[in-house]
Design a protein around this ligand. Sequence first.
Ligand code: UD1
Length: 420
Amino acid sequence: MDKFVIRGGERLNGTVEVSGAKNASLALMPAALLASGITRLRNTPALRDVSTMSTLLKSMGAKVDFKNNTLAIDSRGVKHFEAPYEHVKKMRASIYVLGPLIARFGQARVSLPGGCAWGPRPVNLHLEGLQKLGAQIELEGGYINAKADRLTGTKIHFDVSSVGATGNILMAAVLASGTTLIENAAIEPEMTSLAEFLVAMGAKIDGIGTNRLEIEGVDSLKAAETRTIPDRIEAGTFLVAAAMTGGEITLTGVRPDQLSAVTAKLEDAGCTIGFTEDTITLTAPETIRPVDVTANIYPGFPTDMQAQWTAMMSIADGTSIITDSIYFDRFKHVPELVRLGANIEIKENAAVVRGVPRITGAKVMSTDLRASASLILAGLVASGTTEVLRVYHIDRGYEAIEKKLQTLGADIQRVTGEEF
Ligand code: UD1
């Protein structure tokens, strides 16, 4: 297990290229199961979650090759239809194989994901949706056993907008017989990119980009290729890093329209931001103004940026309230930020952050991906040395984060060792 050692106080300056979006890749990769052939996904980030999904697809009989950020998945040999516990426990997104497997092979056995570091994360919407499409589902021994002859189009209205359930049902419905209507579908860019990719594979989907998707099932799909959209959460994290350290950075290869909730809030906090079609330049303010945010579904402020925003507000000039309306318990980063000297109080699903003039380096523990990111951000401005332990969490979702930060002038080192 590696750790990061950060000496705070360096301003971040320069240009950094944004990687492909983890959450887009994790949906595109299982889509390869829907056709027989070679799927090519360009701009795939080299991340632990991507390699976990690759291992899972290989265990099913696929061949996976990853070179220069292009992932080639040859699904012609797929003959096992199982996602075992050892994969799913590492990464909840493994459940994305459920929809494609039932739709194409009529069977799937997928371990139930269980909770995660910050609380319960049910999959009822995935299962109810598949049942409505005609799958027979049994839960036994911690596994979802699903069977179907051909799935049949139906109307599905999600009570809660869910990214994962939208992806799974979409991937199942494209091969169902007849028309499926998904209402209250998630419109996160990663889902839009999945829907567009399915169309490139031959699927018929209307309403892409809206929360009402109409899918006319087809008999078969063909393998296709695409370029993965940029990671809006990685981009947002770097913007916050620049804002916190008093720097000026330019992000390249980014989609500003997909980040507008974050950039609008950064402007409220006093940052100056310039946009081109695929770049964002941020100049930090002298003093960060306190700005409340409520994490919500897209196009709201992303819950995956909530921890990073909390880190930034810890050094703002006043008090802010950060509410998470998606994951009520997603505040595992707070006690660690408090160890660095932040003044944060949790009230139900909100963090009340009273900005302090200075935070101080200490040893802190990563608990999950975005919590780790917030601790790195805090370490970049803390006086003295911060050690962020258990950085395997960060490797799940940020490609070469320390190298990118070093390029921008940060003093951050990865130390490899057993005992961290
Ligand atoms: C995805 C993202 C994750 C992000 C989250 C919210 C991936 C791989 N992960 O996770 O980074 O934080 O969206 O933007 O893309 N829910 C149910 N029943 C279900 C499914 C979800 O009640 O069957 C609830 C959840 O508890 C949560 C809400 O729906 O309150 C949204 O969760 P969802 O969008 O499904 O998140 P994920 O797809 O797991």
